[in-house]
Write a protein of this length. Structure first.
Length: 118
């Protein structure tokens, strides 16, 4: 009888540990994807800011999309430039999507910044 109780306790503890380990692995993978998406969003915003500083002309009010391969994955980066109430400032919103087997996942990160003439 004692052996059966010990086996039941062992089975319960093992199941709990197995479930928590799976949850932890999923959260770690999600955190990794979100971190890479944030890096890509910031890089894209920095690139837009550098292009603006080089040309001294605001980008047109539009939505641009491009693909990038990073960390053994394909990502789609969408940049949207919009006017603001101030004619000297434009709003730049960058959204990053993960392309997983042809399906778009996300946006995993959205980064908003402003471009201003000075």
């Amino acid at each position: 009888m004692e052996i059966l109780i010990a086996l039941a306790i062992f089975a319960t503890v093992s199941t709990t540990i197995y479930t928590r380990t799976g949850d932890t692995i999923y959260q770690l993978q999600l955190l990794e994807r979100k971190t890479i998406a944030h890096w890509l969003a910031k890089d894209s915003a920095t690139l837009a800011r550098l292009e603006f500083q080089a040309s001294r002309e605001f980008p047109d009010e539009e939505v641009q999309s491009r693909s990038q391969f990073m960390a053994s994955r394909e990502w789609r980066i969408e940049s949207e430039v919009a006017n603001t109430d101030n004619e000297w400032v434009r709003r730049l919103e960058v959204r990053v999507f993960l392309m997983d087997e042809g399906e778009e996942v996300g946006p995993l990160d959205t980064y908003v910044t402003f471009l201003g003439k000075y």
